[in-house]
Design a protein around this ligand. Structure first.
Ligand code: G6P
Ligand code: ZN
Length: 544
């Protein structure tokens, strides 16, 4: 045993955010920074002795170095086995799948999701528990508490493991198993979807698709599944080689950052179906030929069509969406006669609901959709779900969405982000809106009348835990909503998110351009929150 105990001092800024600890690469490269956090994770677990851990990341800069450090610390802390992805790579959904399949104690995922990578970009680390999902707040709070008092960490003195070679090696007494990053995940997908039918669609000569992996982690997964297994052929995946800096891009699948794909899908020779995924593979954007599907609509449409997919043919136990996600899914749930839960932003809030079998499908406006097959959102799963629906309905994406609106009505939806706002100014804005709330009820803004306003708080129906301060909701009598919330994932200053939603059941009014349809609500939000003045910005930095 070559265990070394290294003396350290705490860092005061290791509080995990919406999805783990995210900082610039340079912050993580500070001596002991990563080690302190990893030891805080291990210390907050009841017992690592004799346990198995999963480790993998999205391949961004510092992934390899961090993996080596974690392996040596896992060995020093008593783990007997680590399953690590080939070349240190595991998408977030694949890591969740492996944790569940092999019933490991948990896993460490190295990712800053969609934040840019490279030496000047971001890095991140999060812990997932034995159900495969992100650690719930009580665990992340314990990790944070530990990080504030930590005075030493344990690490083995050993050579680096060869992560390029599949198979088993040892660090001291611990087995390091370098696993194929794709296989377990692909097997799971094959158990849920009608691969034969999707293959017929992709090879029939009439249907064309394009997946943009944005030089991030889904490259090998998408190539293996869509190009090879499903017969989509070479070229249906673009930007499919994971790069440490994501090719200089911002691997966030939305209309702004996935511009390569958007150009193709809105161009002259647009394929029938397009999709993109983010840095760590848990987000997705779905596009039809010259047609964008909002993530909120996507969730509702998957739910409404779930019986067409073998893995969900028995029906859904319930649906959950994050609070700022549009209420389109609620309408489907009502029709299906199942519950729809409204949770705070963050996938971790879905875990208990899925474990207790209260919900099958979950989704967020932030381009996340998933189900109880794992405990993370899952980008390629959403793509396969859509392809399965397209294959069985034999209609275009646009036809399916428009038919959905005819049946359920349309929830117009958009999010306006104001990024890198000075934190103090952002807090002032939120405090001002909060202070204005008691006088809002009954107030009229043109034809809109405020029905309620509150700061969203959530009581977990399974364990009773309460999460307060999750964003300000202002609801109008016609079902429209404005939500103000500060992002919990940014690394610079504050990001103000303004979420806008209105509803129309009138088919004749369902084809208005989204920003136009929401124009009045934008003006009301400005009137209530004085966004321009408080942020010092004329317009949002990103509109999705
Ligand atoms: C991550 C989380 C999601 C969350 C999203 C936006 O992707 O996994 O659950 O919806 O970030 O979070 P934010 O706090 O930035 O709005
Ligand atoms: Zn992600």
């Amino acid at each position: 045993m070559n265990i070394r105990t290294i003396t350290t001092v705490p860092f005061s800024d290791q509080k995990p955010g919406t999805s783990g600890l995210r900082k610039s690469v340079t912050a993580f490269q500070k001596p002991h920074y990563l080690e302190n956090f990893v030891q805080s994770i291990f210390d907050s677990l009841e017992n690592c002795q004799g346990e198995t851990l999963v480790v993998g990341g999205d391949g961004r800069y510092y992934n390899r170095q961090a993996t080596q450090i974690i392996l040596k610390m896992a060995a020093a802390n008593g783990f007997v086995r680590v399953k690590v992805g080939h070349r240190g790579i595991l998408s977030t959904p694949a890591a969740s799948c492996v944790i569940r399949k092999y019933k490991t104690l948990g896993g460490i995922i190295l990712s800053a999701s969609h934040n840019p990578g490279g030496p000047n970009g971001d890095f991140g680390i999060k812990y997932n528990i034995s159900n495969g999902g992100p650690a719930p707040e009580k665990v992340t709070e314990a990790i944070y508490a530990r990080s504030k008092v930590i005075d030493s960490y344990k690490i083995i003195e050993a050579n680096d493991v060869n992560l390029d070679k599949l198979g088993e090696t040892k660090i001291d007494n611990m087995v390091v198993e370098v696993i194929d990053s794709v296989q377990d995940y692909q097997d799971l997908m094959e158990s849920l979807f009608d691969f034969d039918r999707i293959q017929q669609l992709l090879t029939g000569g009439k249907f064309k698709m394009c997946i943009d992996s944005m030089h991030a982690v889904t490259g090998p997964y998408a190539k293996g599944i869509f190009e090879q297994r499903l017969g989509g052929g070479v070229g249906c995946v673009q930007n499919g080689v994971p790069l440490e800096d994501f090719g200089g891009g911002h691997p966030d699948p939305n209309l702004v950052y996935a511009h390569d794909l958007v150009e193709i899908m809105f161009g002259e020779y647009a394929p029938d179906f397009g999709a993109a995924s983010d840095g760590d593979g848990d987000r997705n954007m779905i596009l039809g030929n010259k047609f964008f599907v909002t993530p909120s609509d996507s969730l509702a449409i998957l739910a409404a069509n779930a019986r067409l997919v073998p893995g969900y043919a028995q029906g859904l136990s319930g649906i959950a969406r994050s609070m700022p996600t549009s209420q389109a899914a609620d309408r489907v749930a009502a029709k299906l006669g199942i519950d729809c839960y409204e949770t705070p932003t963050g996938w971790k809030f879905f875990g208990n609901l899925m474990d207790a079998d209260k919900v099958t499908l979950c989704g967020e406006e932030s381009f996340g959709t998933g189900s109880n097959h794992i405990r993370e959102k899952d980008g390629l799963w959403a793509v396969l779900f859509w392809l399965n629906i397209l294959a069985s309905r034999q209609q275009s994406v646009e036809e399916i969405v428009k038919e959905h609106w005819q049946i359920y009505g349309r929830n117009y939806y958009s999010r306006h982000d104001y990024e890198e706002v000075d934190s103090q100014r952002a807090n002032t804005l939120v405090n001002n809106v909060q202070a204005a709330m008691p006088n809002l009820k009954g107030k009229k803004f043109g034809s809109y009348e405020v029905e309620y306003s509150d700061n969203f708080s959530y009581t977990d129906p399974v364990d009773g835990s309460v999460s307060t301060n999750q964003g300000i909701r202002i609801g109008f009598t016609d079902g429209s909503r404005i939500v103000f919330r500060l992002s919990g994932t940014g690394t610079q200053g504050a990001t103000l998110r303004l979420y806008l939603e209105s509803f129309t059941g009138d088919v004749a009014k369902q084809n208005v351009e989204t920003q136009e349809a929401l124009g009045d609500l934008v003006r009301i939000a400005e009137e209530i929150a004085q966004i321009r003045e408080n942020t010092g910005m004329d317009k949002p930095t990103v509109i999705t």
